[in-house]
Design a protein around this ligand. Structure first.
Ligand code: 6PG
Length: 466
């Protein structure tokens, strides 16, 4: 029997979909799952295909070409360590292990170092695009030793999404670089989703647009500069009715957002590095607030504010919201890319920001028209300290900042929470401020803790006897 090019451990939705994608591109794929039921489902879909379901780890390992190429598609955390522990005694120097889950980048670094001692290569691979992406073409974000990348490069380039003739995969850097980039991708994803949710709240609760109108607004935005996968699915969501009740599905869904941790990690790590990403953090915090639904229901009876309904021309405000959304999105991307730049220095990842924008243009959840412009910005100026300084984006922000202000003012006046929009505006205004009130903060620090300060009129470090 022919040996398999690649083996997948973990045959859940993502593992199975990737296997089918690989098979479609001519690769023979062995599959194994601890749960025999998942292996059986894989087997059912394998008939007539170049897929090799394996009932045991031994059979799986025997089915693979040498050096072995094994992709783990198991949940992040303990399951990855358990899979590695089970595999370890069977691996030979030169074998390649890849983790395609949303693993924490420092876990990836630790695992890579542990396996390196045994001569086993390890790649942390960010995989984005959900089930459909995995099946039809995901964006792939590999990080690890360059020789490991070369071992799978043709395979990954074949199965990744394509924009034009460019595959949405690139070698991103050493060690945990791939999972780091995926973490920031998800942080921006949270911000993008939260901005869209706030725009919906303003249009729906504030302006009274119904689902059919919301569908129209989002579909129209998706035809312009806001074109993106998230915009596309948002428009589709507003058009979906529940067959049982006839109501819009979106209106039947409880208003509490879940999260698995990648957005939180991005915020935690940004604080560790001292990188400001307020809109990404606001998106995490908005989810946390949403999840406290019982508390909110009780508090809604205690604390007051204005009624959300506003008297304004819905068409005209909708156009302003579209401009504000674009501006806020640019601010969120600017934060995410500035974090990548800082992390690249901190961890010596040598990230290429243009490559990252390029591979995010297709396959992944962030895919958007905007990313072509981001790519060009970093192509023109690889050392650009912040995306907002690119002449094209600066002009776009200068044109739309008034819209962003109007949206923040409208939400504030009507009591509609807009943590993401307001933090985007706050970031924009703070970053462009030649003078901030931090002189007072420094005075206070010096007052209560003799922390000293620098002066505007002379060099040196000073302390006042307050
Ligand atoms: C992707 C998604 C994917 C997953 C996230 C969602 O890029 O395909 O980001 O990785 O949907 O884990 O994260 P939350 O469950 O935290 O929203």
């Amino acid at each position: 029997m022919d040996q398999s090019t690649l083996g997948i451990i973990g045959l859940g939705v993502m593992g199975r979909s990737l296997a089918l994608n690989l098979e479609r591109h001519g690769f023979r794929v062995a599959g194994y799952d601890l749960d025999p039921e998942k292996t059986r489902r894989f087997e059912a879909g394998a008939a007539g295909r170049n897929l090799v379901p394996c009932a045991s780890l031994e059979a799986f390992l025997a089915a693979l070409e040498r050096p072995r190429r094994i992709l783990l598609m198991v949940p992040a955390g303990e399951p990855v360590d358990a899979a590695l522990a089970a595999l370890r005694p069977h691996l030979a120097p030169g074998d390649l292990l890849m983790d395609g889950g949303n693993s924490f980048f420092l876990d990836t670094e630790r695992r890579a170092a542990e396996l390196e001692a045994a001569g086993v290569l390890y790649l942390g691979v960010g995989v984005s695009g959900g089930e459909q992406g995995a099946l039809r073409g995901p964006a792939l974000m590999p990080g690890g030793p360059p020789e490991a990348w070369e071992l799978v490069r043709p395979v990954f380039e074949a199965i990744a999404a394509r924009v034009g003739d460019e595959p949405c995969v690139a070698y991103l850097g050493p060690r945990g670089a791939g999972h780091y980039v995926k973490m920031v991708h998800n942080g921006i994803e949270y911000a993008d989703m939260q901005l869209i949710a706030e725009a919906y709240d303003l249009l729906h609760r504030g302006l009274g647009l119904n689902n059919a109108q919301l569908h129209e607004v989002f579909a129209a935005w998706n035809r312009g500069e806001l074109e993106s996968y998230l915009m596309e699915i948002t428009a589709a969501i507003f058009a979906k009715t529940d067959p049982e009740t006839g109501a819009a599905v979106v209106d039947l869904i409880l208003d509490e957002a879940g999260q698995k941790g990648t957005g939180k990690w991005a915020s935690q790590n940004a604080l560790d590095l001292g990188a400001p990403i307020p809109t990404l953090a606001a998106a995490v915090e908005s989810r946390l607030l949403s999840a406290r639904r019982e508390e909110r229901l009780a508090v809604s009876q205690v604390l007051t504010g204005p009624a959300p309904q506003m008297s304004a021309d819905p068409q005209e405000v909708a156009a302003t919201v579209g401009d504000a959304l674009y501006a806020a999105k640019v601010c969120a991307y600017a934060q995410g890319f500035a974090l990548l730049r800082q992390a690249s220095q901190e961890y010596d990842y040598r990230l290429n920001l243009s490559d990252i924008a390029r591979i995010w243009r297709g396959g992944c959840i962030l895919r958007a028209h905007l990313l072509e412009d981001v790519r060009r910005a970093f192509d023109r100026a690889p050392d650009l300290p912040n995306l907002m300084l690119d002449p094209g984006f600066a002009a776009a922000l200068n044109e739309r900042q008034a819209a962003l202000r109007r949206v923040v003012a409208l939400t504030a006046a009507s009591g509609i929470p807009a943590l993401a929009f307001s933090s985007a505006l706050g970031y924009y205004d703070a970053y462009r401020s030649a003078r901030l009130p931090a002189n007072l903060t420094q005075a206070q620090r010096d007052y209560f803790g003799a922390h000293t300060y620098r002066r505007v009129d002379k060099e040196g470090v000073f302390h006042t006897d307050w």
